[in-house]
Each structure stands twice: as C-alpha cells, then as structure tokens.
Write a protein of this length. Structure first.
Length: 652
C-alpha cells in the first residue's frame, strides 16, 4: 500500500460523509435565529398592542404600524422554517393574528393569540430557553448601569439622560402592568437581538451569561425589595410553592401574570421579586430533582394518548436532553449501573412512541421510568455524597474516559519512534496538549458564558466519535498493510520522509486533538458536576491517582513496543486501531441517538456494554458491523496484495 496519511484523511472524510448520509435524516435542525426572532416579536406584540389600540380605535398610529409590521414579519419567518406538520398550523395562527390586528381587535384577544402562537412555536421548533447557570444579579445591576441607564434611567423608569433624544421612548421597566406580562426570556431576546426601527440595539457581543444577568435585572425593577423579602420567606417555607418553579428554564419563561393564575397575585409578585433577584435559589432547592424529566415524560404520555405522536416523541426527547442529561454526569459518578438502566429505558420509551405503541404500553414504560427516577434521586441526595464516593467517581471517570485516548496517542508515538521520525512527535504532543487546553476553555465557556446543553454534549461526542472511528479505520488498514510488506525497512527509509512531512504532520496533530478532546469534553462535564457538590479534595485525589495509573499504562506500552519487531508492531497496532474503530462507531451512533438525530430501534434482551461501545439498538450494531466489514475487507485486500506482490514496498 502506498497511501500516505494525507490520502487516508481524505478517504476518511469521504467515508464519514457517507456514513452521515446513511444514518442521519435530513431536516433534523431548525433555524434557531428565525424561531427566536419570531418568538420575540410575538411576545412584543402581546405586551405592547395595548399601547397601539384601545376600544377598537387606534391610540398611536406609529405603534399600530409597528404591530402590523411585526405580525407580518412573524408570518414570513414562520413560512421560512423547515417543513414540519405543525408549520401549517403556525402559519394559519399568524394569519389569524394579522387579521385581528387589522380589524383592531381587543388587547386581550391579541395577547391570547400571540402568547398561544409563541408557545406552539417553541413546541414545534425547540430552541435553548435558559441560562446554563444562575446569573449574577449584581453583575446584571452593574451592566445595566453602564449600558442601559443612559436611556432607561438608573431606576429603570425610562427617563434616562438620553431618553429625550430618542424618537421612540425607552421602555419603562417600572411599569407594573407591563412587567406582569413580560418573562425574563423575552427580555433576554430583546437584549440579544435589539428591536428593529428603534434605538434599542443588539447586545449580542456580550457573553450569554451577561445578557441573562441584564434580563434578570431589567425584570426586577417593577418588583420591590419588600416584595422580595416576603417572597424569600414564602419560598423557603412552602415546598408546594417551590414545585411551581422547579428549574431555571421554568423561571425564565414564567411571567408574573401566569404564576398569579396559579398561586394568587400577591404571592406571585413576591416570589417573582425574590427569584429574579436570587435565581440561584431555584438551583439550590433541589440539585438532584428530576421533576422536569417527570413533567416532560407525563406530557409525552398525555400527547400519545391524544394521538399526537410527533409531540409525544419531541417531549420524550426533551425529557432526556433538558431533564435527565444535566444530572447524568453526577449520577454516572454515583451509580453508573443505574445510569445505564435509565438511558436504556428512556431510549426504549422513545422508540415505542416512534412506532406508535399503545398508550397502555407507554404508561407501563413510564411507570418503570418513574421508579428508576426515584432510585436516581436517592443516589443523588446530598446524604449519598461522601469523600469515598467522590474519590471513586473521579478516579473511574478519568480512567475510563482517558484510556481510549491514551491507547491511540501511545500507538501514534510508538509508531513514530519505530519509524525513527522523532521530529514529528511535537505535532502529536501538540495535538493532545491543545486538546487539554481546549478542554479548559470549554469548562470556562460552559461555566461563565454560553453553557453546554444536553444536545450539544451528545452531538460533540457523537460526531467526534464517528470522525475518530473513520480515521482510525483508515490508519488501521494502512498499518496492517505495512505489516504484510516484506520490504518495510526500505519503505521506512525512502517513503516516510515524504509521508510524514508537511500536511501529514498536521494530520497527526488533528487526529491527536480529536481523540483526546472528545474524552476531555466528557470528563470535564462529569468533574464540573462533582465539584459543585463539595469534597473537592477527594475529587482532586481521585483525579491524581487516575493520572498516575494512566501514566504507568503509557510507560508500559511504550517500553513494550520498543521490544517488538516492527512487523509485529504494525500488526498489533492495526488490530488495536480496528478494535477502537468498532468501539467508537457504536458510541458515536449511540450519542447521536440520544440527541435525537438518529432513530432508536431497540434489540430485546441484548447486552449494554458501553465501555465496548455495544448498545442494544439496531442502528449502533449496524454501524459497528459496517466497520467490521470495512476492516475485514481492508485487511483481506492487504493480504492479497502481500501474496501477489511481495516486493510491493521496494517498488514504491
């Protein structure tokens, strides 16, 4: 075989593209920009229409023109969304909204239509709706003073020093009636995208977490400190009230008016005043709570009973990505077996919804899942955390995640040493070192800027695994070919100077980066979850011991590889690469299944061996079988060429 690593990379990318076309359905993702903008416009119309029309008469011609324009913009943006069965109903709803505005309908009628349409839009085209961590209210206050007070005023009353210069008056955040109808998410959208035709510019250049902090501050002006103190007392004393706002996603999407419908006006305003000043209270109340996943699962079951299979499927996916995925790292550290059981059960439930299983069957599956969630909450309880469990979790996570990457990196280093190409080693070392640095950056971004959603995590792991699998397939077949060549020494002397220079060295850098980063990405999420629960010393000790064990494994592998004849080294390395190819293919497909990109078809009574990439679904097994067939075909071709042309290497 004469293919260089550059040629192998090109072929690997081709195979990866082919595999993606084979496995991934088209139209999987929606344009989040259009969805978020349409949602923001609907919210704006619902809240501000009262300032344009009253009693069937136009109160402000400019405001009415703006309402008409915004409603038309909503219709055009909905029409541009990816095709889904729900899109026609959304477009029809937008047309009804335009009609009501055209005939100058009541503000209540417009608000009901706009809010209902906005809710249906997010149901059909889900987009990120919450910050990754509780924003800092103090940070929001400081940012408001430096970026917003000039127009909106230091107290948010809309009378800042620059307000008089503006043709469109700034919003008065102290307007109580308006604030009742405005969610933090709506404020975040305006801060992020601005408002066309006004002086309200976009602050998209600010980090996401800063924009959330600003939104919480802006949403607090109409609520007093006295109300916040009363809300804090109610929040701490009333468990049933805390269930009304179980997480940040609920908090940022909730309006005071909506909460008032459930618990009464006075208590709702007090609780919202407290939570908008102290969003961390929502997270602190129940870090191990699985209330959101239970709610989503119940909603999915209800949709299935109503015959809405698509909504049931999307709610089941949301139950996993929004409800279960955030606590998965912590649960994996506490009880990996229980984690695997829940992942399998959720996958089977989603598959049953997809094939139209009977509601009674789905109800039984949901009952089993709720029992597993009870076990998970017990495992995640603060009392279940100890120095020993944290140490063990940190140790096993790093050892498990690091071993795959270590095997690949050590094989690359050993290969270069055998080939006497030590000058290329810095590229490999630069790749894995760069991956560690990128992992640290990922942690900083996830903690202080945009956060990492469940879908992002699964997509990163899935595509990273499949890319690495395809590249390793090519490298494994290439190494196997060298083990079959009789004249490998001449090949090393005459060809490696070309094969491992320039672009090929950067290819090794890229491969080292990808295989290490996918493991670092997974590990930092687990460690971040463990760190928030205390026992930091035990965590660091577990990580340190795992690093020491991995270092011993690397030293042993490198020392043993020096004693191997190069033909045997190529042979053993090729089989190692082949095995890791199969493992990564299974893991990649499983991650994309969890993200909802690839469908799930369970295999009854099949084992689940996540360390080996074996998952009980046809899609993951088929992907692994395809890799096995490619390996067998490549190795067989190598042997055939070795028998037919024993002097192949010398002829190159």
């Amino acid at each position: 075989m004469s293919s260089s690593p550059v040629a192998l990379l090109k072929s690997a990318l081709g195979v990866l593209a082919w595999l993606m076309l084979l496995l991934i359905p088209t139209g999987a993702m929606a344009d989040t920009g259009d969805v978020q903008t349409a949602w923001r416009l609907l919210d704006y119309v619902a809240v501000d229409y009262d300032g344009a029309v009253q009693g069937g008469r136009v109160k402000s011609a400019s405001e009415y023109a703006e309402m008409t324009e915004f409603a038309g913009s909503v219709s055009s943006r909905l029409a541009a969304l990816p095709l889904k069965p729900e899109r026609a109903a959304l477009i029809a709803g937008a047309a009804r909204l335009q009609s009501v505005i055209a005939r100058k309908g009541t503000s209540q009628e417009v608000a009901t239509l706009a809010h209902g349409l906005a809710a249906d839009l997010l149901q059909a085209y889900p987009v990120p709706l919450a910050p990754a961590a509780p924003p800092s209210f103090a940070r929001g206050a400081a940012l408001f003073g430096s970026t917003c007070a000039a127009c909106h005023g230091a107290t948010g009353n809309g009378h800042g020093p620059d307000a008089a210069k503006l043709t469109t008056p700034p919003i008065a955040f102290t307007d109580g009636e308006r604030a009742r109808q405005r969610s933090v998410f709506a404020l975040y959208q305006v801060i992020s995208q601005g408002i066309d035709g006004t002086a309200m510019q976009s602050f998209a250049d600010l980090p996401s977490q800063d924009r959330w902090a600003l939104a919480f501050r802006a949403g607090s002006f109409a609520l007093t400190d006295e109300q916040a103190r009363e809300g804090g007392r109610l929040w701490k004393a009333n468990p049933s009230l805390r269930q009304q706002v179980p997480d940040l996603k609920t908090l940022v999407g909730l309006t005071p008016a909506a909460l008032a419908d459930r618990i009464g006006e006075k208590r709702a305003l007090a609780v919202m005043a407290f939570l908008r000043r102290h969003p961390e209270a929502v997270v602190e109340q129940a870090p191990a709570s699985l209330s959101l996943v239970r709610q989503k699962l119940a909603a999915s079951l209800d949709a299935a009973r109503k015959g809405d299979r698509r909504a049931a499927k999307e709610l089941a996916l949301s139950a996993y990505l929004d409800g279960f995925e955030p606590i998965e790292p912590t649960l994996g550290a506490r009880d990996a077996t229980l984690l695997a059981r829940i992942e399998g059960a959720i996958g089977e439930y989603r598959a049953a919804v997809d094939v139209g299983a009977a509601p009674d069957d789905l109800a039984n599956r949901a009952l089993v899942l709720n029992g597993l969630f009870d076990d998970a909450e017990a495992a995640l309880a603060p009392s279940a955390s100890s120095n020993a469990s944290t140490f063990l979790g940190a140790f096993t996570i790093l050892l498990r995640e690091g071993l795959e990457a270590l095997l690949i990196i050590v094989a690359m280093i050993a290969f270069l040493r055998k080939a006497e190409r030590s000058e290329v080693l810095p590229y490999v070392h630069g790749g894995w070192a760069g991956a560690l640095a990128a992992g640290l950056l990922t942690w900083l971004v996830a903690t202080y800027a945009i956060g990492i959603s469940g879908a992002s995590r699964e997509l990163t792991e899935g595509f990273g695994s499949l890319f690495a699998a395809v590249v390793l397939l090519s490298v494994g077949i290439w190494m196997h070919g060298k083990a079959q060549a009789d004249q490998w020494q001449r090949y090393i002397r005459e060809k490696m100077a070309h094969a491992l220079s320039g672009r090929s060295a950067w290819f090794l850098f890229g491969l080292a980066f990808v295989v290490v980063y996918r493991e670092v990405f997974e590990t930092i999420l687990f460690y971040a979850a463990l760190w928030t629960q205390g026992n930091g010393g035990a965590l660091l000790a577990g990580a340190g011991v795992a690093v020491a064990v991995l270092a011993v494994i690397a030293w042993a592998m490198l020392r043993y590889s020096r004693q191997l004849p190069i033909a045997k080294f190529f042979a053993y390395s090729s089989w190692l690469m082949a095995g890791l190819t199969v493992v990564l293919a299974g893991k990649g497909v499983a991650a994309l299944q969890e993200a909802g990109i690839i469908d799930i078809t369970p295999i009854a009574d099949a084992p689940r061996l996540s360390m080996l990439g074996v998952f009980p679904t046809w899609q993951s097994i088929v992907a692994q079988l395809l890799m096995v067939l490619a390996i067998v075909a490549g190795f067989s071709l190598n042997r055939r060429k070795g028998h037919q042309k024993p002097d192949l290497a010398s002829a190159e």
